[in-house]
Design a protein around this ligand. Structure first.
Ligand code: BGC
Length: 365
């Protein structure tokens, strides 16, 4: 593979208002001029605080540490922008393309275009069903959902017949399907026995947090304002749901699940408004991706294969995709401190006046 050296920054700044962010973390190690080039496209900013808050800086850091010249962009939920970014990266001859696609269809389309130019692709966090990416790096997403189900079941244990409303992720994100599959491994037996009652279940287009909130409010009011617990697929949706619960004076009484261990999610847990979140150490995800990208840029398939720890099934493409699948962790009030100890959250951002008492009690400082 060769880098043709076209000025990508120029190509990208041509696409307008959302101009390119600085391409490397300020404290990243200097990268050699002839370093292999990696294009990274993240899907959204609004669906979760993770993409700009964690993935972008951690990918920049990990790529630089692996000796790669990476340019991390975000499509901001715009499929057209995602395609344009991909076309620019491909035209400029990046050595590897890393994509967290907005939808499987879009990801498959981009991977096919890259492949036609001999550019290997890595599916980052989200698997594009029916795609052709050479490798996939993510967490065990069924396990993520299972932890959500486990958390909700634990929070509602002893409340016979508690009514549950489920607010799921985007129907076009394979992860959302896996999260829900995992959640049901815990919840379905409880629904079957009548220990819990499933009142409603709704997928939210684009993981749009606001729509998640309004959808939840409609489901709540059509259930006569009654709810015992909420399965929310991530912290962003949980935050919108908690705002609705606050409006009805129900926050703190109704356990809500989450995911991503975002600063807002952790604060909500410390306030008692959210029961749990799932901590996914994104640093490990970024580092595994950088190592894979370095192996692929060096055309070293054996090294790349050695990094892959398993495979996942692409149910649409009927193929096994070589994967690195990392382990998620269940976080409740009792172990929020673990996320701080791991350096993922800072005490200064989660210990605010409303949570200070909890921080003090839990030894978070
Ligand atoms: C990611 C989650 C994230 C969600 C919305 C999923 O694909 O795995 O971490 O909360 O997308 O951005």
């Amino acid at each position: 593979m060769m880098a043709v050296g076209v000025g990508l920054t120029l190509a990208l700044s041509a696409c307008g208002a959302n101009s390119a962010a600085p391409s490397a973390a300020p404290d990243a190690a200097p990268v050699a001029e002839d370093a292999p080039r990696v294009g990274v496209i993240l899907p959204e900013t609004e669906s979760s605080a993770r993409w700009e808050g964690f993935d972008k800086p951690l990918l920049e850091e990990a790529m630089a540490a692996a000796g790669l010249d990476a340019d991390v962009q975000n499509a901001q939920g715009d499929e057209q922008r995602f395609s344009t970014l991909a076309d620019s990266f491909i035209a400029s001859g990046v050595d590897v393309l890393v994509i967290a696609a907005i939808t499987s269809e879009l990801g498959a389309d981009v991977a096919a275009k890259a492949q036609a130019q001999g550019i290997p692709t890595i599916d980052y966090d989200r698997l594009s069903l029916g795609g052709t990416s050479d490798y996939y790096v993510s967490f065990d997403n069924v396990q993520v959902g299972s932890l959500q189900g486990q958390g909700l079941a634990e929070a509602l244990s002893g409340q016979q017949g508690a009514e549950v409303i489920e607010i799921r992720g985007a129907p076009t994100d394979n992860n959302a399907t896996l999260f829900y599959e995992g959640a049901l491994t815990q919840l379905q037996p409880l629904y079957d026995s009548g220990a819990l009652v499933q009142v409603a279940s709704q997928a939210i287009e684009d993981w749009d947090n606001q729509i998640g909130g309004t959808t939840f409010e409609q489901l709540l009011t059509s259930n006569g304002g009654q709810v015992g617990g909420v399965l929310a697929a991530n912290d962003g949706l949980a935050g919108a749901i908690i705002t609705v619960l606050q409006k009805y004076g129900l926050n703190g009484e109704v356990p809500v699940t989450g995911q991503d261990a975002t600063p807002d999610g952790l604060q909500a847990i410390l306030r008692g408004d959210q029961y749990m979140t799932v901590y996914k150490p994104i640093r490990e995800e970024a580092e595994a991706t950088a190592q894979l990208a370095a192996a692929l840029a060096a055309d070293d398939t054996a090294a790349a294969d050695a990094l892959a720890t398993g495979t996942v099934t692409d149910t649409e493409g009927n193929r096994e995709v070589k994967s690195v699948l990392l382990t998620p962790q269940l976080i409740t009030r009792d172990n929020v401190a673990d996320v701080v100890a791991d350096g993922f959250a800072q005490a200064s951002e989660i210990c605010v006046p409303e949570t200070q008492a909890a921080c003090t009690e839990l030894g978070i400082s």
